[in-house]
Design a protein around this ligand. Structure first.
Ligand SMILES: Nc1ncnc2c1ncn2[C@@H]1O[C@H](COP(=O)(O)OP(=O)(O)OP(=O)(O)O)[C@@H](O)[C@H]1O
Ligand SMILES: CC(=O)N[C@H]1[C@@H]2OC[C@@H](O2)[C@@H](O)[C@@H]1O[C@H](C)C(=O)O
Length: 366
């Protein structure tokens, strides 16, 4: 069978830009052939961030953001093809996640912008998009979707593996030999760390290498207050987003100590809030290995603290398995596009709690 090429586009909850991946597949074997990350122009990042936070959204502002966002998706596709040295005729389709503006699965919906029809027109390529709606319509959370791809790419017949995405939100996939994957969002990964850092270092996107967090001291009482949120206790299926974990949440759950202690101590405590629930999951499921991806893998303090809490469980970057940690999510949407193109069901109901499995996403032709 000849090799096929699918492109995946993802821009996540961190609102840092578009990740694009080119996935080559041949006889069930998948390979990341190229990946690019294009930061959003600052104006667009600001606009998207306000849409994600504002309780009310004006249609004109939304349309403006969506149009500019689609342009970024098309430019990322173009840049990817150039880096890969591939003619677009060799690409079967583009899988486009879109930008999540709201994720409220308990109300039965999750909303991603990024008009697939416009993108198909701009790129001249078929586009597969709207990956979450069918699962939500079947009563599922509509997230996380990555566990199916993680199973296809990272599973082992001998080992129980935990694949961990450290984006704005953290999500895990538990891959056990000969079993369907399960997975869920564990809570915040970088979203609170970024927001708290930005509040105290205006203009700086994130805490480089977690240096500020490393300069602070974890406050056990504050950590316990934050861990008392029901989300951490809730059994899967579950998914979340910055709609829940944001600075208002921190103020509400942290109480007076958030403003009374040094800001660096709050950052150190938020870092523990990210790593401790994840490590507890890995230990409880006796996993043989944790494979990490997402931007948080670049935060050395976060990775060091996670390794500490994992005790003797090996922690490695997805790079050691042949997949750049910055392109796992986008590669996942290339893979999901391939499943949809081939009319294949994606087995995610054990993850999302949907009534059953089925195809995910719709198809837009140029
Ligand atoms: N050098 C670094 N030091 C510290 N943090 C970093 C570094 N590089 C990236 N990050 C973190 O990674 C985040 C981006 O991660 P990523 O692109 O995986 O998130 P996302 O895909 O937008 O989120 P999600 O997976 O929730 O949708 C940044 O916002 C930042 O917090
Ligand atoms: C609604 C939404 O955009 N959710 C994202 C977010 O980012 C990480 C986590 O929360 C995960 O649930 C999901 O993304 C990945 C790609 C997923 O669906 O698996």
């Amino acid at each position: 069978m000849a090799a096929t090429h699918f492109i995946g586009l993802m821009s996540g909850t961190s609102l840092d830009g578009v990740d694009a991946a080119l996935l080559g597949s041949e006889e069930g074997h998948h390979e990341l052939l190229a990946g690019v990350t294009r930061p959003f122009p600052p104006q667009l990042a600001k606009l998207l961030s306000s849409l994600c936070r504002q309780p009310e959204i004006a249609p004109d502002v939304l349309a403006e953001a969506e149009t500019a966002f689609c342009q970024q998706l098309a430019e990322a596709t173009e840049a990817l093809l150039q880096v890969a040295g591939l003619d677009k005729d060799a690409v079967t389709a583009v899988g486009s996640h879109g930008q999540t503006i709201r994720h409220l699965p308990d109300k039965g919906w999750s909303w991603q912008i990024g008009s697939p029809a416009r993108l198909a027109c701009l790129t001249g390529l078929p586009v597969v998009a709207d990956f979450r709606s069918a699962d939500l319509a079947r009563g599922g959370q509509g997230a996380p979707l990555a566990p199916a791809f993680h199973q296809a790419f990272f599973s082992s017949p001998e080992e129980t593996r935990l694949v961990l995405n450290l984006g704005g939100i953290a999500n895990v996939s538990l891959l056990r030999p000969d079993q369907a994957p399960i997975g869920w969002d564990t809570g915040p990964a970088n979203t609170l760390l970024d927001a708290w850092h930005r509040k105290h270092h205006p203009g700086a996107g994130w805490d480089p290498d977690g240096q500020w967090a490393a300069s602070g001291e974890t406050r056990a009482e504050l950590l316990q207050r934050l861990l008392d949120d029901d989300y951490f206790r809730q059994a899967p299926p579950k998914s979340t987003g910055p709609e829940h974990f944001n600075l208002n949440w921190l103020a509400k759950h942290g109480g007076r100590s958030v403003s009374a202690i040094p800001a660096a101590d709050v950052q150190a405590t938020l870092l523990e809030l990210t790593v401790q629930p994840i490590a507890a999951i890995a230990r409880a499921h006796h996993v043989d290995r944790v494979i990490a991806c997402g931007g948080g893998t670049h935060n050395r303090t976060l990775m060091t603290r996670l390794a500490h809490h994992l005790e003797n469980i090996p922690l490695e970057s997805s790079k050691t398995q042949g997949l750049d940690p910055d392109h796992v999510e986008s590669a996942g949407f290339a893979w999901l596009a391939q499943q949809r193109w081939n009319g294949l069901s994606v087995h995610l109901s054990a993850v999302t709690g949907a009534d059953g499995d089925g195809t995910l996403g719709g198809l837009w032709l140029p």
